[in-house]
Design a protein around this ligand. Structure first.
Ligand SMILES: Nc1nc2c(ncn2[C@@H]2O[C@H](COP(=O)(O)OP(=O)(O)OP(=O)(O)O)[C@@H](O)[C@H]2O)c(=O)[nH]1
Ligand SMILES: [Mg+2]
Length: 450
């Protein structure tokens, strides 16, 4: 009995522009394949072509387009539009290295792929042209990422933000293809939004903005309650191992998956074994290249955690050949949200997959980095000591006088500082404490108020 819908099949399409080398191009398509897998589709083929740019009306040259259409069962024709004229130099460039071919399976697949997934941001008319030529639904990288976020968003805040990003992504594409009379769109455009005209979408976006502001005020309040605590945030590219480190450091059961964007919401846990005062660790959403701008805005809020941390652990998958590009993407997102002012340590993770020569090269390039494997308990133990050392260096000692009338504050003192000694005099308790300057100042303030 067939009750489950079959897994949708997809073909990937990538353009290698002159500034992109072979390794980066292959890595980008591989990453797209992983994104598509995260969406629950199966990748059954790949078409890639060298071109000067990604702006052509049909994206691919006519030959490549025909090759793609042969996989999907389309005509290979986009209809009224003629292919753009090709300059001599461009022809030479494109002719070189046609080595990346469609990986057609040995036997023709029983089903044709229903999706063509393009590794670049496409204009609405490019999407329409490709859909005409291939007979498949076309999604671009942005559409895939927006869709993953849409499916994975859990908290109310994440849901609101993703809906907003999705509407902004969908709106222009709706307008362009509305001549199709309610034609089925890719999953980037849900059926419900299809019926909405631009005005309704604008109204909905305004409504979402209001709701978001309310939710964010609550979140701000919750965060400010954690102010002056010892906080570390794990940030970095998707799949770098942030959640794995979070688990190892805090003994919590956060989701670890060999999937892109396994984590979409920030979680906060206590460093284990617990210290005095305790250290809070936050796990955050991962970054990716060509992150749609509206989703960066949605990061801004989950990453407010990171902004308020005293220390960022910048986690990198050191075993990935493109780790430097990933590092650069992460850095630029952090700059964009203003988190580049927070002290940060580079953590080169997955060192268990790096050989001795690779280690030496990494050590030379990043002499200050912490190298580890999230799977090695001794490495995680050492990282814990490093974290404790970092906070210890910032702590100061002070004396708190707790009058008898204020004994109710003792819990808060133990919570936010380490009590070194305790004595009594005629007025009350005298505590020598060690803690972050901000936390001690806050305690002194609550003791001073009558
Ligand atoms: N070999 C090895 N694999 C690791 C290590 N750390 C994490 N992994 C694996 O890498 C994959 C991704 O790990 P996660 O911890 O989910 O990565 P993440 O950074 O939280 O990813 P997102 O939530 O998707 O952004 C999982 O399959 C982990 O088991 C490591 O030190 N060594
Ligand atoms: Mg994660």
């Amino acid at each position: 009995m067939e009750t489950k819908a079959p897994i949708p099949l997809a073909v990937l399409v990538g353009i290698q522009t002159p500034e992109v080398d072979d390794i980066a191009h292959a890595a980008s398509l591989e990453e797209l394949g992983r994104l598509v897998k995260t969406l629950g589709y199966e990748v059954v083929g790949q078409v890639s072509q060298r071109r000067e740019g990604t702006g052509a009306g049909s994206l691919l040259g006519s030959g490549k387009l025909a090759e793609l259409a042969a996989l999907t069962g389309g005509t290979g024709e986009i209809g009224t539009m003629a292919p753009p004229p090709r300059a001599k130099a461009r022809q030479r460039f494109e002719g070189a290295g046609e080595s990346a071919r469609a990986e057609a399976p040995e036997e023709a697949p029983a089903r044709r792929p229903e999706f063509v997934i393009v590794d670049h941001e496409l204009s609405p008319s490019q999407i329409r042209n490709l859909e005409r030529a291939t007979g498949a639904q076309v999604l671009d990288r942005t559409g895939v990422i927006v869709e993953i976020f849409h499916r994975h968003a859990n908290t109310r805040e994440a849901k609101l933000q993703v809906e907003m990003a999705r509407l902004k992504y969908v709106a222009p594409r709706l307008r362009e293809s509305s001549g199709g009379g309610g034609r089925q769109q890719g999953p980037g455009a849900g059926e419900t939004t299809l019926d909405l005209d631009r005005r309704k979408i604008r109204d909905r976006i305004a409504e979402l903005k209001d709701q978001l502001e309310a939710v964010q005020r609550d979140a701000d309040n919750r965060r400010s309650a954690r102010r002056d605590q010892l906080r570390v945030a794990l940030v970095g590219y998707t799949n770098a191992g942030k959640s794995s480190l979070m688990r190892a450091l805090t003994g919590s059961q956060v989701l670890v998956e060999d999937k892109l964007f396994a984590t979409l919401d920030t979680t906060v846990r206590i460093l284990q074994p617990e210290t005095r005062p305790r250290v809070l660790v936050s796990d955050t959403v991962g970054f990716i290249k060509q992150l749609p701008h509206d989703l960066v805005a949605s990061f801004r809020s989950t990453l407010a955690e990171a902004l308020e941390a005293s220390l960022l652990l910048f986690v990198v998958d050191a075993s990935d050949p493109t780790y430097e590009a990933q590092l650069e993407v992460s850095r630029s997102v952090l700059r964009e949200i203003g988190a580049d002012v927070v002290p940060a340590r580079l953590v080169l993770n997955k060192m268990d997959r790096v050989d001795a020569a690779g280690r030496a090269a990494l050590r030379e390039k990043h002499p200050d980095a912490i190298m580890l494997s999230a799977h090695a308990p001794e490495d995680v133990g050492a990282l814990r000591e490093t974290l404790i050392g970092f906070f210890e260096a910032q702590m100061v000692e002070d004396v708190l006088r707790l009058p008898y009338a204020k004994q109710g504050l003792i819990g808060e003192v133990y919570e936010s500082a380490r009590v070194l000694s305790e004595a009594y005099d005629e007025k009350g308790r005298v505590l020598t404490v060690r803690g972050l300057p901000g936390a001690i100042a806050r305690l002194q303030r609550s003791l001073a108020t009558p």
